[in-house]
Write a protein that binds this ligand. Structure first.
Ligand code: IPD
Length: 278
């Protein structure tokens, strides 16, 4: 069954999402330069801290008290190996700290990322980078903004003149790493170069604000890219599956670019990886 949402309802959720993002930002900023207790998840490089858990609980408690019928998918609540329950219901998809490795190492590129989906389409996206005081926002059909100023992709069309963001990611599986290294080599030799900000949400906001032209990653999760998807699309960019076709939010892979032509050029040089779905 599909769910319909009025503009007034959307605006109300947006205000709530902004409010909770600001609260998350206070917790993240306070903890960034303090000592942390760090645990690992799927590899020695997949980190989680007490702040990831505290921010996620704060958002979860907020959603369940204010919107009891809404669903919640969060990085730290996802049960290992269990598929995420993604339905047509309004769903808050949250990465409490995207860029946990940066957070642990006190590197300021750390974000709070929140996408709200209805009928499996993201309708609201918020990425907040508290240390840089940057609040990226988008509502479906209403454009993308940073601190209230409209942002847009830069419309670079040629891979050879593009800067492409690609991350090492958290997996240390040798076969995954081998493909990633092969892709990085292919990208470096075909473009102006590569960059990595250490947070998928920030990576996507860089493309949305026109300072890098493309980003692709295998191994991310739905909470890393839900907000970024709508921010890039509303900024005039393209978000798709790296092998072509529509993005599947649960497929653990993404490609976004300033134009469709650039997205296709990048897709054509990548070796594609199939990973266990969210
Ligand atoms: C990670 C970051 C990183 C990306 C990883 C993600 P986390 O999210 O977005 O940039 O390379 O694939 O898992 O673990 O910091 O929330």
């Amino acid at each position: 069954m599909s769910v319909s949402v009025s503009e007034q309802q959307l605006n109300e959720w947006f205000d709530s999402a902004l409010c909770i993002a600001r609260k998350a930002g206070v917790v993240i900023r306070d903890a960034l330069h303090k000592e942390k207790s760090v645990e690992t998840k799927i590899s020695h490089a997949d980190l989680v801290t007490e702040s990831d858990r505290a921010v996620e609980k704060m958002v979860m408690d907020f959603v369940s008290s204010k919107y009891p019928s809404h669903k919640f998918i969060g990085e730290e609540s996802a049960v290992d190996g269990q598929p995420c329950k993604y339905t047509n219901d309004p769903t808050w998809i949250v990465d409490p700290i995207d860029g946990t490795t940066n957070f642990v190492h006190q590197i300021p590129e750390v974000s709070f990322s929140l996408g709200i989906a209805v009928n499996k389409q993201i309708v609201i996206g918020i990425v907040y980078v508290p240390e840089h005081e940057k609040m990226y926002t988008a509502k479906r059909g209403k454009g993308a903004f940073c601190n209230g100023e409209k942002i847009s992709v830069n419309k670079e069309d040629s891979l050879k003149d593009a800067v492409v963001i690609c991350e090492g990611g958290n997996s240390r599986d040798p076969s995954v790493l081998k493909t990633k290294m092969r892709n990085m080599e292919a990208i470096i030799s075909s473009s102006h170069g590569i960059r990595a900000y250490g947070s998928a949400a920030i990576d996507m906001c860089k493309v949305a604000s026109g300072c890098c032209e493309a980003y692709s990653e295998y191994g991310i999760h739905c909470w890393d890219i839900a907000a970024g998807q709508i921010i890039v699309e509303e900024a005039g960019g393209v978000v798709m599956d790296p092998a072509g076709g529509n993005l599947d939010l649960m497929s653990r892979r993404v490609l976004c670019a300033s134009t469709e032509s650039l997205a296709k050029q990048l897709s054509a040089i990548l070796t594609h990886l199939d990973l266990q779905r969210d």
